[in-house]
Design a protein around this ligand. Sequence first.
Ligand code: ADP
Length: 507
Amino acid sequence: MENLVIGLDIGTTSAKAVLFQKNGLVIEESESLYPVHHPQPSWAEQDPLVIEKAAIEAIGTVIRKANAEKKQVVAVGLSTAMHSLICIDEKHMPLSPSIIWADGRSVEQATRLRLQTDIYLKTGTPIHPMSPLCKLVWMKETDYEPYKKADKFVSIKEFLLLRWFGEAVVDYSVASATGLFNIHSFEWDEEVLKVAGIRREQLSKPVAPTTICQGLSHELASEMGLDTNTPFVLGGSDGPLANLGIGAIAPGDVAITVGTSGAIRQMASKPKTDELQEIFCYAVTDERWIMGGPTNNGGIVFQWLRDVLGEKEVELAIQRGGSAYDLLTKSASSVAPGSNGLLFLPFLNGERAPYWDANARGSLIGLTLSHKKEHIVRAGLEGVVYSLYSVGEALERLAGQPIHLFASGGFARSPLWLQIVADIFGHPVQVPESHQSSAWGAAWFALLAVGEASSLEEIKQSIPMKQTIEPNGESHKVYRELYETYRQLYMALKPHFTTLANFQRNH
Ligand code: ADP
């Protein structure tokens, strides 16, 4: 009877439980979906009790589907999306919804706090409405009732740990992404807590990612199909765990993840931040930090192109089965790199790194009568990668040159998109077999915690890889030339984007 490990990845749209062998092979996976609510246009909230139910269901289903014995599961590792914030009472019941990374209600507070550069230098969290710090200041300033009544402020992971084990603990990387945690001293920062108007006792204890919680109730254990003593290991947030799960842990290893949003990240052996506030730097273990930049405009740009231009492809995909994305990518493949001089600035959703500008807007530049739908689609795919490349430049300044690129997320299903990455960056791109890199990263910390693995680095031997895509020298030259123009366009258009964004808000 072989030992197995579960990675539980609680994302924005679903809880995924993935059952792995120790060598990284996926035995079975299960996903339980939940919605994001937008009670006001820029708000983004979820029901933590619904997420709890989905997480329990995902674990229970994966065990059932795999017909696994509960004794086979040596541990469960946890991965969660960053920046969620829930106000809870003494009985660990939610007083507020979970306010998630996509919530923009604290834009005013963020604009003000961003000028206090020292906060970012200490915490490594870019000052932006995504961060719990800005949300707490918004709560304080608007007399938000749950804030005034809260016994504790927690992320979705701490919420589950409190309810399942009664333990108020948080791993370093989830703590780091709050904007309240000092990445140099590994403690909550008293000065920043004052800004947020909260007390240290209202937060969980920051602990290492290999920390174990144990002691599920009989009822919960039976719903999950696990033993009451199954160790739950804290793990981290989904970003650094994706790096670990894909094997991007050495200097020069760069992970590019594009799902709905996207990010580019490198691990480092020292924390680094600077006055420009372009890059996040979060603690992961006692001796490793993750640096990188998130983009709001990843796969969502392709989704928008499909919805706006892909009516025919969507219909065909429904009739014949398959994916409208694949049909659109196929026609975009017939266009040469550079889309005949058409540039697509992908900021449809405002932008985080590197500009941190909610007013940034999308733009198609260079249109002529000869451009067709496939040029626009290709320019969109290229634009997302130019944007990641520009974040990569900012990252390189702090973390060093990229040597190996690793790709994960929904975009890795597209050979064309991966080729564009290889060609724009001018480096080979390695792609793993499984999309579930964060779950595998969480599972690896779990194996380390229970003594079934001996080092982080060892994971490199346990990541089944699918393929490596080599860059094309000629295409790289074309992209270098066009990127120069791309880079200058945002700055040139910035004031106009602000005017248009204001117009859009007011009409
Ligand atoms: P999430 O971040 O919500 O977990 P995924 O990682 O599944 O999402 O990524 C979803 C995105 O992946 C879509 O918005 C789309 O842009 C992209 N995508 C999905 N399938 C394909 C495909 N066959 N070809 C290209 N892109 C795809």
